[in-house]
Design a protein around this ligand. Structure first.
Ligand SMILES: Nc1nc2c(c(=O)[nH]1)N[C@@H](CN(C=O)c1ccc(C(=O)N[C@@H](CCC(=O)O)C(=O)O)cc1)CN2
Ligand code: GAR
Length: 205
């Protein structure tokens, strides 16, 4: 049964790179597996392939680049104004590579989620997949994981965990084979987590 357009959860996705997770969300919405629609895609990098994915899907996309002399907080306030203009119910950080301050987060209380390619409490920050792979090469781990968490404040990768999944690291893994396995798990976990949130939103007066 078709979902009434107004009933669908409005999602703005923030991206900085390839956009494979954005694509998973776009596909899930398009195929009716998510009662949501991506109302905009925003990137801090004009060359992000994710912007091309948005255009191909007919989704409005905006590049919000940081000005040379602009503080992090001033940038975040300007970014928030752009994002708020799309009226999101949910803001999804899908490969968004900037730490956000309260000057952004304060506009969207309890409505910002982040996808991170590591297990809760492990490998915060950037290049988590590569770091996990190097630790495996050193015999320090045999698995990594992914998580989706709320972003309530300026803490990094330490917000309340909404979902997590382990990803095995195989002895013959290259960085590419591990990354491919991690991304496949991410695509499923992100869509499933958003689906849960959509259900909660639709049932919350
Ligand atoms: N307040 C928060 N903001 C963001 C979080 C978060 O948990 N709290 N998650 C990140 C995504 N992320 C990890 O999941 C992450 C991305 C980037 C960085 C980082 O150090 N960025 C540098 C710039 C790096 C670059 O431009 O290549 C920076 O912001 O100075 C850390 C963690 C999204 N935002
Ligand atoms: N710390 C944040 C972080 O590392 N995020 C990661 O960036 C990648 C984006 O891929 P995509 O652009 O293909 O969706 C994903 O692996 C995501 O978890």
């Amino acid at each position: 049964m078709a979902t009434h357009p107004d009933a669908r959860t409005r999602i703005v996705v923030l991206v900085s790179g390839n956009g494979s997770n954005l694509q998973a969300v776009l596909d899930a919405c398009d195929e009716g597996r998510l009662p949501a629609h991506v109302v905009a895609v925003v990137s801090n990098r004009s060359g992000a392939f994710a912007l091309e994915r948005a255009a191909a899907a007919g989704v409005p996309s905006v590049h919000v680049g940081k000005h040379a002399d602009e503080s992090r907080r001033d940038y975040d306030a300007r970014l928030a104004d752009v994002v708020a203009g799309f009226g999101p119910d949910l803001v999804v950080l899908a490969g968004w590579m900037r730490i956000l301050t309260s000057d952004f987060l304060g506009w969207f209380p309890n409505r910002v989620i982040n996808l991170h390619p590591a297990r809760p409490g492990e490998l915060p920050g950037v290049n988590a997949i590569e770091r996990a792979w190097h630790e495996a090469l050193a015999g320090e781990r045999t698995a990594t994981g992914v998580m989706v968490h709320l972003v309530p404040d300026e803490g990094v990768d330490d917000g309340p965990v909404l979902a997590t999944a382990d990803v095995p690291i195989r002895p013959d893994d290259t960085l590419d084979t591990l990354a491919e396995r991690v991304h496949a798990v991410e695509h499923r976990l992100l869509v499933d987590t958003i689906a849960t949130l959509c259900h909660h939103t639709s049932n919350t007066p």
